[in-house]
Ligand binder design. Structure first.
Ligand SMILES: *Cc1c(COP(=O)(O)O)cnc(C)c1O
Length: 394
């Protein structure tokens, strides 16, 4: 071979004796075959085989397998965001004429997708009270093909009665799915509760460092896996191997990160709850938080995100207090090493007086807890005293 060819074709080297604790990053668009016949028969390799880079490399398969084991599923697929994990489930199982039920507490872009993408294409949706439990039966008609859940709910933290919803759905032949981003399979396993889909924004605790976007969908039923893979293939969607390698790295420390953030968040939530009006702290492990008994029954832990309902008298002081925070950053998303404060304006479809106004979402990272508390203290004081002016000058 001549030099220009030798520049392109790297010599085969031995892997003998090579072992590493790190997962290699296998990048590929093209997968090559050792014969024309193998190439012609490539579709026979099925969704678990390697056929094209978009459909998986050993790096993405390692992350899939790792998440799948934790979720106690049969297969996991990876998509480029947590939002895509939800939309790909919906697109895989809903057809024109069908409808989906989504909780009022869902990650807000879910309702946006239903209203602005599904509805014009003949797929309808209905928003339900996340605390509905077995009464979800009243909303199931012949068009309902999927019940979506998110437990606890984004920002408002309602823990849903998943066993009651699954039992009702099963008797009516309706599929169920859960956005499991907050708990991760370390603290809750939707598939073990007989849900059909468990999704996660890996962007949050699995990635864990605020530097990647990815989502996962795990299933027990192989036919549902085929539907998901078909949808992804037709849409042309697959994860980046580099992001998969980052997610694998993040996942290795997820257990200790969650244990730490969960402990500090619960400690703070308890401290804040003891100083302000009852019901204003939304944390599943606190008595009185919506769905607390269900959390106690079904979950094995808490992660590092909780919320405070900001009463009207403290609203004016809040922006100044947030801007003054030294250790917390202000921003959406969560689950990383950096602690975040996000003031959220909640709009509800169902009549819900408890969640009118601003809710402050708090994500605890890995900084020293005394530094974090120094930022929260004036916010708590402003809420407790009702004296916004005093808090602002403090
Ligand atoms: C962040 C988040 C998502 C979306 O994840 P992205 O990767 O940002 O698209 C979905 N569900 C929940 C509960 C989330 O917190």
């Amino acid at each position: 071979m001549r030099d220009n060819t030798l520049c392109v074709k790297h010599p085969a080297i031995s892997h003998d004796g090579y072992a590493s604790l790190a997962t290699a990053t296998y990048r590929a668009s093209t997968i090559v075959f050792d014969s024309a016949e193998a190439y012609a028969n490539r579709s026979k390799r099925g969704p678990d085989g390697y056929t094209y880079g978009l459909h998986g490399t050993p790096t993405s398969r390692t992350l899939e397998a790792s998440i799948c084991t934790l979720e106690q599923g049969q297969r996991t697929v990876l998509v480029p965001s947590g939002q895509a994990a939800i939309t790909i489930v919906f697109l895989s199982v809903l057809l024109p004429g069908d409808s989906v039920l989504i909780p009022d507490s869902a990650y807000p872009p879910v309702a946006g997708f239903c209203e602005n993408f599904l509805k014009p294409r003949g797929i309808s949706y209905r928003i339900y009270d996340p605390m509905i439990g077995a009464d979800i039966a009243d909303l199931i008609d012949d068009t309902v093909k999927l019940i979506w859940t998110e437990s606890p709910g984004s920002t408002t933290m309602e823990v849903q009665d998943i066993p009651a919803i699954v039992a009702t759905a099963k008797t009516r032949g309706v599929l169920t799915g859960c956005d499991n981003t907050w708990a991760t399979p370390l603290y809750f396993k939707p598939l073990a509760f007989d849900m059909d889909f468990s999704s996660m924004a890996l962007t949050k605790y699995v990635g864990g460092h605020s530097d990647l976007l990815m989502g996962s969908i795990s299933v027990k039923d192989i036919t549902l896996h085929r539907k998901l893979k078909d949808t992804m293939r037709m849409i042309g969607m697959g994860p980046s191997p580099d992001d998969c390698a980052l997610a694998l790295r993040g996942m290795e420390t997820m257990g200790v990160r969650l244990a730490h953030s969960g402990r500090v968040a619960l400690d703070f939530a308890g401290r804040i709850a003891s100083r302000i009006k009852q019901g204003l702290v939304l944390h599943p492990a606190l008595e009185g938080s919506p769905g607390h008994p269900v959390w106690k029954r079904d979950f094995s832990g808490t992660s590092g995100v909780f919320s405070i309902v900001i009463p009207a008298h403290a609203e004016a002081a809040l922006p100044g207090l947030l801007t003054a925070a030294k250790t917390f950053s202000i921003g959406a998303s969560w689950g990383g090493t950096h602690s975040l404060l996000a003031p959220m304006t909640i709009t509800r479809a169902t009549d819900d007086q408890a969640h009118k106004g601003t809710i402050l979402r708090i994500s605890i990272g890995l900084e020293d807890e005394n530094d974090l508390w120094a930022d929260l203290e004036p916010i708590v004081a402003a809420i407790a005293s009702g004296d916004a002016a005093l808090a602002r000058s403090a």
